[in-house]
Design a protein around this ligand. Structure first.
Ligand SMILES: Cc1cc2nc3c(=O)[nH]c(=O)nc-3n(C[C@H](O)[C@H](O)[C@H](O)COP(=O)(O)O)c2cc1C
Ligand SMILES: [Mn+2]
Length: 511
């Protein structure tokens, strides 16, 4: 009885209660209890071997998170966590305290409810911040002492920042941005930072440089799952992801004062660096095997963080994100669910009616390649309107090449359903439009020569029933509700195994 009650508390009381974990270490205990964490105690080489193990262990959805506890040559007691969330919607659910048994569509709806909350960060004293167990400044900092992985054979270096969060501030209004941007290690106190055009970290940086000032940066490398998810998601330029993360966790993100910069540092992170980016201080960066499944971008000069201070917990846990084809990419199920929720939020904020659901399938280059939106068509031109708005709303505008609108009887999370709509309701000669010179990235391999990047293009696909003929459009075959109910009742008697499938559309009487 007691156990049942705690199940309920754990999954469904989140309206305004905080999540049931405090930091990354706490959350790891939670997922270990669920059998979703694998500890690797054998020695592993951070040079390609760690990535190879991660890739091979994650070729199916819901593969466990991997904690590498013994890294060749390491003197610091560092551990590395990979596949923290990856293609596991169950771990996404455990990070937010929602029911892991929900369908993907239901998780998107639930995430939207929780994501509406905003809770400001709280401050803790420096000496009460776990990340301040060890604090080093200036010449005492040597990042090369940590085991720093090289992921793919063709990578241009070792990457200290993949599963990171990076804080910058807007020089105009002080809004603190949190993004996840890759970071190549150049030397003991030199870290390359790659932000692609349009990302808020880049806009902040350009803003400081335009004023003739260096851009302060804080990067955290062992972060809890919510800060990581939020850092990877696109929110409005004027929003602080810190407040979004607080809202998702049901309590403020704990921050503490830094040693050198004016930015705060996350108090519960495992490792934090502080530093500055100076205009004109560039070093060759990349390539890195990326979320597209390719080495995205040629080696190019990128800004370098001049590291001023380092904070870490003893035996720190670095979070690292393998970039690869689905389902081995760290940008997986959680990303698809949150991005879909964000697209629906953007469309709701615009105020367009009739939007039912959306999904960015993670197999489409980590959910960045495609967005499907379902609507209940209410007027002539409605589906074309939703298509254009979805294609350019902040949550969906970056990269997305295929934007598809379908009717409400098609489930965007079910690719079989989407392919059915594309094949039976879409007439390519009438229903396709192209947007050109759209927001994209230097990492898109389909644009050649690389100089053509980062301008992208988008195909808008209208796979709704044609509105002009909607009344005459052939009726889709569907079971009569009374007959469906009868078969469900007889399921066992008929000797059929498992649960009868749930249906969401039935034959309309009079049709
Ligand atoms: C593991 C991982 C690595 C990423 N690497 C980069 C990167 O190197 N450069 C970049 O611009 N965006 C990268 N992204 C995407 C950004 O984190 C994402 O677009 C986010 O919205 C950026 O924050 P912003 O919207 O506040 O700029 C990465 C995302 C993840 C999850
Ligand atoms: Mn942002």
């Amino acid at each position: 009885m007691e156990e049942q009650a705690s199940e309920v508390t754990r999954f469904e009381s989140q309206e305004l209660k905080p999540v049931g974990w405090r930091d990354l270490r706490d959350w790891l205990k939670l997922i270990e209890n669920d059998g979703a964490l694998r500890r690797l105690t054998a020695g592993v080489d951070p040079d390609e071997e760690l990535a190879a193990i991660t890739y091979l262990a994650t070729r199916q959805e819901n593969a466990p998170a991997l904690l590498f506890e013994n890294l060749d040559g390491d003197q610091t007691g560092t551990r590395i966590l990979t596949n923290m969330l990856g293609a596991s919607k169950e771990r996404f659910a455990s990070a937010l305290g929602i029911d892991p048994r929900l369908s993907t569509a239901a998780m998107i709806a639930r995430s939207r409810q929780i994501m509406k909350r905003r809770i400001a960060p709280t401050w803790v004293a420096k000496d009460a911040a776990p990340v301040n167990e060890v604090v080093l400044a200036g010449e005492a900092v040597d990042l090369t002492a940590f085991p720093v992985p090289r992921f793919w054979p063709g990578d241009g270096g070792r990457y200290i920042g993949t599963g990171d969060i990076t804080l910058t501030a807007s020089p105009d209004n002080g809004r603190i941005n949190v993004g996840c941007y890759r970071q190549m290690l150049h030397g003991p106190r030199r870290v390359g930072l790659y932000c692609s055009p349009g990302k808020h970290g880049l806009l902040d940086r350009e803003g400081w440089w335009a004023r003739g000032e260096p851009c302060e940066v804080v990067c955290a490398y062992g972060v809890d799952p919510v800060l990581f998810m939020v850092a990877a998601q696109t929110f409005g330029m004027n929003q602080s992801e810190l407040d979004v993360a607080g809202g998702l966790m049901g309590r403020g993100v704990r921050l503490t004062e830094a040693e050198y910069v004016r930015l705060p540092i996350p108090a519960d992170a495992e490792i934090v660096i502080e530093g500055t980016l100076h205009h004109g201080d560039l070093l060759p960066e990349g390539p890195l095997g990326e979320f597209t499944g390719y080495y995205g971008r040629e080696r190019s000069p990128q800004p370098v963080i001049e590291v001023k201070a380092l904070h870490y917990r003893r035996s720190p846990i670095f979070t690292h994100a393998l970039m690869a084809k689905y389902p081995s990419c760290e940008i997986g199920a959680y990303y698809a669910i949150m991005r879909s929720a964000r697209i629906l939020d953007d469309l709701e904020a615009i105020g367009v009616p009739g939007v039912v659901s959306a999904y960015s399938h993670p197999a489409a280059a980590s959910g960045w390649g495609m967005a499907v939106v379902s609507i209940e068509q209410k007027y002539a031109g409605h589906s074309a309107q939703v298509l254009s708005l979805a294609a350019q709303c902040p949550a969906a505008a970056y990269y997305t090449k295929w934007v598809i609108v379908v009717d409400e009887d098609v489930d965007p999370t079910d690719l079989n359903d989407v392919l059915w709509a594309l094949s039976t309701r879409c007439h390519p000669s009438d229903d396709l439009d192209i947007l050109r010179n759209t927001w994209s990235t230097g990492l898109d391999p389909s644009q050649y020569t690389p100089e053509a990047r980062p301008y992208g293009s988008k195909l808008l696909i209208n796979a709704c029933k044609p509105h002009r003929h909607i009344k005459q459009f052939p009726k889709a075959t569907a079971l009569r509700r009374s007959v469906y109910d009868r078969v469900v009742r007889r399921w066992g008697e008929l000797g059929l195994s498992g649960e009868p499938p749930q249906l969401h559309a039935f034959h309309a009487d009079g049709a």
